[in-house]
Design a protein around this ligand. Structure first.
Ligand code: TXA
Ligand code: MG
Length: 304
């Protein structure tokens, strides 16, 4: 296993066009200089992404974000409400500020200011946009612990930062602020929280390239996933929610934030037992439940 690096090593690796495992408050990222197309190409290769799915440009603060994207009042209000934190905003890109490859050729760019102190320190020192998809190999659950990130893509990295377990455990919410405001990927910031800032949201267009994470099976362990299960069948591992018997309980008290933080780790742990299937208890659809159910449906192989 590659030894944990320090912030200076990580910044030097990014400057050299190499890959870095970077903890954030949501999930671990696999980071590269977003301006350097060769570094970004190496990043796609390390993940084994089947096609070029655009990447989030991570920056240290709003000024860094305004250097790469055109903000309007709605985008600034969202940034003020949720940054630093688990919201990604898709905006018109400024020409040449991020490589075409990182944007997958789109004229928009996804930007985010993470709140994790190590991510912030690296981004502040690097002083440029850093592309960082989740550090899993394509299609697998996102890593929320250092050792999981290293196991997934550590081999491709020149440096890896150990930031402990990710506090949120689910990816950022991706919201586009273009002619309309729409959620492209439900995530750690809920629909209600966003609507409290910008008013009622539009429905996201069903366009495979613009709507993120629309692959059939995504965030998936090796074992099949069975949803809305009341109990395990023989050979299955049961992932519970709320009171009652379970092999692993996402949150015995029925707390959605706790369930979100445990979700990907427990899918990995359940998978290690090589069950016939991972049976998952019903999760309520409100608040963070929208994002949890989105990830579970993708893990189970339903088209989004
Ligand atoms: O929490 C997170 O967002 C993590 C951490 C590491 O920051 N990152 C992450 O990145 O989840 P990734 O690459 O796994 O997911 C980024 C999502 C993709 O589904 C992609 O389609 C979408 O954001 N995206 C990126 N740029 C976009 C754009 N210009 N328009 C629409 N969607 C975009
Ligand atoms: Mg991902």
């Amino acid at each position: 296993m590659i030894a944990p690096s320090d912030i200076a090593d990580a910044v030097a690796a990014l400057r050299a066009g190499l890959l870095v495992i970077l903890p954030t408050e949501t999930v671990y990222g696999l980071a590269a200089d977003a301006v350097d197309p060769r570094a970004v190409a190496a990043l796609y290769a390390a993940k084994g992404r089947p096609s070029f799915n655009p990447l989030i440009a991570h920056v240290a603060n709003l000024a860094g974000a305004e250097a790469i994207a055109h903000f309007d009042d709605r985008a600034r209000a969202l940034a003020k409400a949720f940054w630093p934190g688990p919201l990604t905003i898709v905006l018109p890109a400024k020409d040449g500020a991020v490589s075409d490859l990182a944007r997958a050729g789109l004229d928009t760019v996804a930007v985010r200011v993470p709140s994790h102190p190590l991510a912030h320190a690296v981004l502040a020192a690097f002083a440029g946009p850093v592309a960082a998809p989740s550090a899993n190999r394509s299609g697998r659950p996102s890593p929320t612990r250092y050792q999981d990130a290293v196991e997934e893509t550590g081999r491709a990295c020149a440096a890896a930062l150990d930031g402990g377990a990710c506090a949120v455990g689910l990816e950022s919410t991706v919201v586009s602020v273009l002619s309309e405001v729409a959620i492209l990927r439900p995530g750690a910031v809920t629909r209600a929280q966003i609507e409290a800032v910008v008013g009622p949201l539009a429905e996201a267009a069903e366009d495979g390239h613009r709507s993120p994470g629309r692959l059939t099976r995504h965030y998936a362990p090796s074992a099949p996933v069975r949803l809305d299960a009341e109990r395990a069948e023989p050979g299955e591992v049961f992932l519970g929610f709320g009171p009652g018997a379970a092999d692993l309980n996402l949150s015995p008290s029925g707390d959605l934030a706790e369930a979100a933080a445990n979700l990907f780790t427990f899918l990995r742990q359940a998978d290690l037992r090589a069950p016939t299937a991972i049976a998952v208890a019903p999760i309520p659809e409100h608040g963070l439940g929208e994002a949890i159910n989105d990830r579970l449906r993708r893990a189970a192989g339903f088209v989004g």
